[in-house]
Ligand binder design. Structure first.
Ligand code: KDO
Length: 335
């Protein structure tokens, strides 16, 4: 394990110890306790998929216990919690993984992943094996399956007649909430905006008070988190086809029998596949729901955004961390 990760985990362990004391580890049965810490609500399609497809499929030997709305661990603290033995599962992101392993930033870059199928092909390709292995070896976190979050769009308080977003230049000075890691902040800047770091659970209030001008998320999240109640427009930039991973403690996995391990892997994929289908359907359906609720949903000059964002990434320090040839291989797996 490298020094940087060791230091972070040592400082995390004090926090983890406190959380563990607060949540307790007791489980009624002899089953393996699988607590999931999620930032999303329980009605988010990834959460629904895990509850319907993962929990029941492992119920013979494990008790699946999801905690929503970042009530168990704060957004971004989950990987450390798994690494220090204080959490068993989370829905993690490439952005969070990039805080440990900078090369994961390739999967946080705008306009690299093209769609849900591309994500699955990349995850299953040998090009992704080294990424999975590193998370496993150095953090004790297994990435079991890719969960489709969706195409991130720019969602603003200003109505279109006040702010008509055509190109990145139109976002100059726009105070755009992005999640709180460097990879996220860079994406906000690459879009031309002025990014503000903020945890997901604070976004609704910040939008409603005007502390931020907007936020970026896929349409299903805009609806599930009710951001549409406090915003006026959505510019369909589709700047990041975002994904998360079902993260699982390697130490817990190794305690399972081979059959149980296979059941965990299969259940994770069943949940990921189910969640992806549902999320894709929602992305299509929700434009009319949002319009009925008074939002203007429109396409800006996506080519202008793509060109600008890709240029920003290629000259950034992030691109320096991408292993040779990986971008070409990822592109080759696209359409
Ligand atoms: C967000 O904070 O905007 C984000 O979309 C980031 C994702 O990686 C993921 O954590 C997601 O929030 C939460 O699961 C809530 O949907």
């Amino acid at each position: 394990m490298n020094q940087m990760i060791r230091r972070r985990l040592l400082s995390a362990s004090a926090v983890a110890l406190l959380s563990a004391t607060l949540v307790g580890h007791a489980t009624a049965q002899d089953k393996v306790q699988l607590r999931l810490s999620a930032v999303s609500s329980e009605t988010d399609q990834r959460a629904v998929a895990l509850a319907e497809k993962f929990g029941p499929a492992v119920a013979d030997f494990a008790s699946y216990e999801p905690h929503y709305n970042a009530t168990l661990f704060a957004q971004g603290a989950e990987l450390e919690a798994i690494a220090t033995g204080d959490l068993e599962m989370s829905i993690t992101s490439a952005q969070e993984l990039a805080t440990f392993f900078p090369e994961f930033s390739i999967f946080t870059a705008g306009y690299v992943l093209q769609d849900a199928d591309h994500q699955v092909r990349v995850f299953n390709d040998e090009v992704f094996d080294a990424f999975k292995q590193k998370a496993e070896d150095e953090l004790g976190v297994m990435l079991l399956a890719p969960m489709y979050l969706g195409r991130r769009q720019v969602n603003l308080r200003q109505c279109k007649d006040e702010l008509d977003v055509k190109t990145p230049a139109d976002l100059a000075g726009v105070n755009l909430r992005m999640p709180g890691t460097d990879a996220w902040q860079f994406l906000g800047r690459a879009l031309g905006a002025n990014p503000t770091p903020m945890a997901f659970t604070e976004v609704y209030t910040a939008l409603s008070s005007g502390a931020v001008d907007g936020q970026d998320n896929p349409l299903p999240t805009v609806v599930d988190a009710k951001f549409y109640e406090v915003t006026c427009q959505i510019a369909l930039t589709s700047h990041l086809v975002d994904w998360n991973f079902i993260a699982f403690s390697k130490a817990v996995f190794e305690e399972l029998t081979e059959d149980q391990q296979q059941a965990v892997r299969d259940a994770a994929w069943a949940a990921a596949d189910f969640g992806r289908e549902n999320q894709l359907k929602k992305e299509e359906e929700l434009v009319s729901f949002l319009e009925e609720n008074g939002l203007t949903v429109y396409e800006p000059d996506v080519a202008a955004f793509r060109t600008h964002v890709q240029e920003e990434y290629l000259k950034s320090e992030f691109a320096q961390t991408w292993p040779d040839g990986v971008l070409d291989k990822v592109n080759a797996l696209g359409n």
